[in-house]
Design a protein around this ligand. Structure first.
Ligand SMILES: C[S@@+](CC[C@H](N)C(=O)[O-])C[C@H]1O[C@@H](n2cnc3c(N)ncnc32)[C@H](O)[C@@H]1O
Length: 232
């Protein structure tokens, strides 16, 4: 990754153009209503980070109007379960209407905060989010919550904005008020207990790279290491 590279994005693409650029295939978007596609606000493609298995339990944090949650619902199938969590009721209303119209009975949307996720511990195979972490002030709490709700060997698949310099001079800085740099991001994930942390630049970035900001994909795994203390 070259964090100093700068590309002009006067008008970041929206809707279908944005999804195309980020590598969402026509198959993935099949049947999704235009209103949902037009309201997509993701900055990466969590499905590119690793495939979702049928039957898996997925949590989509900051699910917005539910594009990624609905795609995950199709991918995990009838034996799978998807929980979309968002703090805004207007987003949840749209997401619920879409999943109902698509007959996605395995997708549930719940109002809640990523800093206090309204789900039990050790539930999810994958926690994903797209363009949301950079909006949360207390990453330590958010990463701790992600760790708590994942099962052992569960995975994080995030798309997030990461800081590489003078964020304040970025034209979109106010959209991503709580970006942190890659080193801090990695350290906080590891402090939360995650291993195998991989942070890579989103190939066809729709936001940035601008002064100080870069859209990235983040992978990490929850691995519980049991330490055995020999008896005296
Ligand atoms: C940039 S939008 C991304 C939405 C969606 N992931 C997508 O790709 O279209 C950010 C979303 O995160 C939600 N959000 C922001 N802070 C949140 C928090 N602390 N807890 C839960 N949701 C949050 C907002 O309501 C909004 O729907």
């Amino acid at each position: 990754m070259n964090p100093h590279q700068t590309i002009e994005h006067t008008h970041p693409p929206t809707g279908k153009d944005r999804l195309d650029l980020l590598g969402y295939s026509q198959d993935m978007l099949e049947g999704l209503p235009d209103s949902l596609i037009d309201a997509f606000k993701g900055i990466g493609n969590p499905f590119e980070i690793a495939p979702l298995k049928a039957g898996a339990t997925i949590v989509d944090l900051g699910s917005g109007v539910g594009v990624d949650s609905c795609i995950a619902g199709f991918k995990t199938g009838g034996r799978g379960k998807v929980y979309g969590i968002d703090s805004e009721s207007a987003m949840l209303d749209q997401a619920r209407a879409a999943s109902k119209a698509l007959w996605l009975r395995n997708v549930i949307f719940i109002q809640g905060d990523m800093e206090n996720i309204p789900l039990p511990s050790n539930l999810a195979d994958i926690v994903m989010s797209n363009g949301v972490g950079c909006m949360c002030l207390d990453k330590e709490v958010v990463f701790g919550e992600m760790y708590r709700i994942l099962r052992d060997e569960g995975q994080l698949q995030l798309a997030d904005m990461i800081a590489y310099g003078d964020v304040a001079s970025s034209p979109t800085a106010s959209d991503y008020p709580h970006c942190i740099n890659e080193g801090t991001y990695r350290a906080l994930l590891e402090e939360a207990g995650f291993t195998d942390v991989k942070i890579t630049a989103v190939a066809n970035s729709v936001e940035g790279p601008e002064a100080g900001l870069r859209a990235c994909h983040v992978f990490a795994r929850k691995k519980i290491v049991l330490s055995i203390t020999p008896n005296d």
